[in-house]
Design a protein around this ligand. Sequence first.
Ligand code: COA
Ligand code: ZN
Length: 312
Amino acid sequence: MQRIYFNEVVTRDGFQNEPAFVPTDVKVELIDALSNCGYSKIEVTSFTSAKAIPMLRDAEEVMGRIRRIPGVEYTVLVPNVRGAERALESHADEWNLVMSTSEAHNLSNLRMPREKSFSALKEVIELADGHVPINVSLSACFGCPMEGEVSQEEVLRWAERFVDLGVRGLTICDTTGMAHPSQVARMSHALRERFEQLQLTLHFHNTRGMGLANVVAAVDAGIDRFDASLGGLGGCPYAPGASGNITSEDAIHMLDVMGYDTGIDLIRLLPIARSLPDIVGHDVPGQIAKAGLITDLHPIPASVNELLKESA
Ligand code: COA
Ligand code: ZN
């Protein structure tokens, strides 16, 4: 069975767009529960400025209090050198660096031109000095909500520059759900061809309902790593119109029934997904938590049983 790896991003991408602060205890309890479900990675938090992302101002405390399970990598988002120093103190297993392939989105999210971000992230990579594996998440790779089209060549050009600096992985992000399956297939083939040796992850948002179709297109093109968020929470606060990531439990359920090995125990994961509306104080987009698995059958009503007997 072909293995597909999931990185759970609910406590980072998921929570960063939520209006009401989720208490630190609740975050720690949630991550500890997710650690027992079979994820290969959990993006725990982000070492950004507390002013920019107030929800994640407790990053150190969360990293210090979670129970780490062998076999799960605990990754964190790092936007700059200050963030890297904090991540180093917290002994994160991986640093997930972020910049955008769109100039307008980079200015909006990180408050600097792309070239300046690149130099700053180069410094971060030097600080890691080969001791901490580096993943780079490139935002807006399938389109920018302000600039429109971002060409595949532009994405590959930025990817290439980071590969030259020795990164372990690249995450190609559809920050505002603009990707469609044909585009994803083209991008996935190109990535696999150029960067065969890297951990290649795709990161989709379901803003326009194309999220799971994009996962299938990527898997068909040989991609085996995805970011996803429990309940389908998520979105970048600095990208107009951004909304939820693809829903972890929906994507995992889909791949399970298609015959892929996700390594994830859905029976453990579903109750956690069902606890999310209480945690964030509102309904969440995920569907499997509401509908149940395709194997969760309903009892046949007596009247229908009668008809079944008659027609037998
Ligand atoms: N951790 C903690 N504080 C940080 C920090 C970090 N990584 N980076 C900057 N700061 C603080 C500075 O100390 C400064 O604090 P002060 O106002 O009390 O002196 C303040 O933030 C501004 O610092 P500055 O260097 O001028 O940075 P900035 O305002 O241009 O912010 C970012 C740069 C990238 C840190 C900030 O824009 C940010 O965190 N953006 C959010 C990115 C993000 O996570 N987006 C969603 C995910 S894609
Ligand atoms: Zn995202």
